[in-house]
Ligand binder design. Structure first.
Ligand SMILES: C[S@@+](CC[C@H](N)C(=O)[O-])C[C@H]1O[C@@H](n2cnc3c(N)ncnc32)[C@H](O)[C@@H]1O
Length: 403
């Protein structure tokens, strides 16, 4: 008997179980089972011969014959009719941080980001799409149990955060870094280098920082409470897939940060040293966020002013040595703290640096130039850290990966 193709996978599995049977797949694959000895009286399992035992086992469909395309999968989708509120109600949830946190769901937009997320093991719940082709591009095994809703492109466009909406949006369970599978290549290039974002508020900056962190080979990014949510759509957009390349741990209290640092990590605080200056100067200067004088920075051409009577020496700030970013700071696993756009680095970060034997890292800029943008400062420091590690030949292999 030849069983021709049927879209319902249950039917072809049943057909394959019948004996003798030959199934011809549209791809041209043929699965054939040799005829058995016909219907036999049932025997006790212990008495059954090898042939009967084999018949009792579930049929092993070779991997190449498992449904791998949309057509083979028998999956169904819904078409949203006029007035269908499913897209708008879901969008309202995932675009608001409190709702996102309460519901544990995030929005991913665009084919590349969705494909990266699926590869990393993120769990989809709903897909809204304007063309079935976009769904057909996705691995079918990841679509089981996912609501698939076809909507008008205009509706997607209305809710899209992209300049050029791509016609597909996915609602995913908020990824848990512990359960994610990061790309092999990323793990192979992972360095004993961590990033801590301290009160970073700007989504574009955070996304850019995450992208740099992935590019440099950071092993982890920690975000303290007060930072913008890493899963906010604008952060995702600027991150360009970094969310699925490097583990990100969101919303941490400073007291819990040490739990996420590998043993012997030294914390280095990226600091333009405005903090000292702000404490010393008038309101006018602190409005500016950066003043032209600097602490003594030994051996650097921008040595401007020697002021050793710092607030640290008065006891209210941790005493932390300032070091130029291009001097070696990667001899032990290093975590770099980047401060927020408005207030710079926190007192807690300086305390952690002091407790772990770290320092402040200063990127000297031309006197009287404002502090650098936090994403720029983060990129400079992470790639400097990578350079230092490469010079020492201390690249971390996948087996020694730092998670
Ligand atoms: C825009 S700056 C913060 C400005 C803030 N008003 C202040 O005075 O600290 C954001 C963060 O980028 C990092 N950063 C900026 N310029 C830097 C520099 N020249 N050296 C080291 N870190 C720098 C610091 O971590 C800083 O907290």
């Amino acid at each position: 008997m030849v069983q021709t193709w049927d879209l319902n996978p249950r039917r072809w599995v049943r057909a394959l179980r019948r004996s003798p049977v030959k199934v011809v797949f549209p791809s041209g694959h043929v699965v054939e089972r040799k005829p058995g000895p016909g219907k036999q009286p049932r025997k006790a399992a212990a008495e059954a011969g090898p042939h009967e035992q084999r018949l009792k086992q579930p049929l092993q469909v070779p991997p190449s014959q498992t449904p791998s395309t949309w057509e083979e999968s028998g999956l169904r989708y819904d078409k949203a009719l006029p007035g269908d509120k499913r897209l708008s109600s879901v969008m309202t949830i995932v675009k608001s941080r409190p709702f996102r946190e309460k519901q544990g769901k995030i929005l991913l937009e665009g084919r590349r980001l969705i494909a990266d997320a699926l590869k990393a093991g993120a769990v989809p719940k709903v897909f809204f799409f304007s063309r079935l082709d976009y769904i057909k591009e996705l691995p079918v095994d990841k679509l089981k149990g996912v609501s698939l809703i076809k909507v008008k492109f205009e509706d997607i466009k209305d809710w899209s955060d992209l300049v050029t909406p791509q016609g597909i949006m996915g609602i995913f369970a908020k990824p848990d870094h512990v359960k994610m599978t990061y790309p092999e290549t990323q793990l192979r290039h992972s360095l004993p280098l961590l990033l801590i974002c301290d009160n970073l508020r700007d989504p574009g900056n955070l996304g850019t920082i995450l992208r740099s962190a992935a590019g440099a080979g950071c092993s982890k990014v920690l975000l303290t409470k007060g930072c913008v949510d890493a899963w906010e759509p604008k952060v995702l957009r600027a991150g360009m897939g970094a969310h699925f390349q490097v583990p990100i741990i969101n919303n941490l209290d400073w007291e819990t940060v040490p739990n996420y640092l590998p043993t012997d990590t030294r914390v280095y605080v990226a600091d333009n040293c405005g903090l000292y200056a702000q404490a010393r100067r008038s309101d006018k200067a602190s409005d500016h966020g950066w003043v032209c004088d600097r602490q003594l920075l030994k051996g650097h051409k921008y040595e401007e002013e020697v002021d050793l009577e710092t607030e640290a020496s008065k006891g209210w700030l941790p005493e932390l040595e300032v070091q130029s970013y291009d001097l070696d700071w990667t001899e032990a696993p290093a975590a770099v703290v980047i401060g927020g756009e408005t207030h710079g680095v926190s007192l807690e970060s300086l305390q952690l640096a002091e407790n772990t034997g770290g320092k402040r890292l200063l990127i000297p800029v031309v006197p009287c130039v404002d502090s650098l943008n936090s994403a720029m400062a983060a990129s400079i420091l992470l790639f400097e850290g990578k350079r230092q590690l490469r010079v020492r030949g201390e690249h971390w292999s996948r087996d020694r990966s730092y998670h």
